[in-house]
Design a protein around this ligand. Structure first.
Ligand SMILES: [Zn+2]
Length: 271
């Protein structure tokens, strides 16, 4: 007679049992790998703390890892993998997490949104945003996004936000610099001070030179930890606009004043 196993605690159960009484997760048919046996001896490992994930999402990730043949083990809700597999595991974790939204009730009235003009990246950003907002959704065979009619207003709002963010990202291109912590605070603070100087005196040549340099750097910084990407894209957009205005030899003071005050105002929200 075959056994079933809990992938988190390795308890063995008779075939009829479907979930672990201890961990709550659905069982698997193969005994799990002990975490210390993941990878070669002394090979670096990474841990994913998935305490806040639902049982279903953890079970789904377990299934994805097994079907991809990625060596892994669990210590309770903590997943252990080889450091070498980190990127692949990140992708699967994202897949398991976004698939784990609330289920669309088959009984309610539904509406569909055509996704033809949405790129794959934009669609996955939309799915993530719907998941975060707890909006039940699915895609039909034609690739239309299906939601409950009663969620229409929320979904319209989320679609607008995501579309705006995607458009901003397209305009800005992907940022290449990683700046965090104190260095980031300094940069944001400096740009804000310099922008305020130009608000007071648009002809301040020293501040102009310094601001062109710093705002140019700022416009190429990736979304730092602790910022939502929408707010950050706005900051990048304002910084890049500022550089554009200041780099124009025929700039007029009104344009400088306008760009500097919107930039300073955007930054005053975060520094
Ligand atoms: Zn268990």
């Amino acid at each position: 007679m075959s056994s079933m196993y809990c992938f988190q605690c390795a308890r063995e159960y008779v075939e009829e049992v479907t979930e672990c009484v201890e961990c709550g997760v659905a069982l698997v048919s193969e005994p799990p790998t002990p975490p210390e046996e993941v990878g070669e001896q002394d090979e670096p490992q990474v841990a994913y703390e998935l305490y806040e994930w639902s049982f279903e999402a953890r079970r789904m990730l377990e299934g994805l890892l097994t079907s991809e043949g990625i060596s892994h083990g669990w210590q309770g809700a903590v997943l252990i993998v080889r450091e070498a597999d980190e990127d692949r595991v990140d992708a699967l974790a994202e897949q398991a997490e976004t698939a784990d939204g609330p289920i669309l009730d088959p009984e309610v009235e539904k509406i569909g949104y055509g996704m033809d003009e949405w790129s794959a990246e934009a669609q996955s950003a939309l799915v993530a945003a719907l998941g975060l907002a707890g909006v039940a959704h699915e895609f039909d065979a034609e690739g239309e996004l299906i939601v409950a009619e009663e969620d229409e207003e929320r979904v319209d709002e989320i679609i607008d936000q995501v579309a705006e963010r995607v458009a901003m990202d397209d305009e800005l291109g992907e940022a290449s610099q990683v700046i965090e912590g104190l260095a980031l605070n300094d940069l944001l603070g400096d740009v804000r001070v310099l922008a305020n100087k130009l608000v007071k005196n648009g002809g301040d040549a020293k501040a102009t030179l310094a601001l062109v340099k710093k705002a140019d750097v700022l416009s190429d910084v990736r979304t730092p930890f602790g910022f939502d990407s929408r707010t950050w894209s706005k900051i990048r957009l304002r910084a890049s606009h500022m550089v554009g205005v200041l780099s124009d030899e025929d700039r007029d003071e009104d344009a400088v004043h306008e760009a500097a005050s919107t930039l300073a105002a955007e930054l005053s929200e975060v520094v």
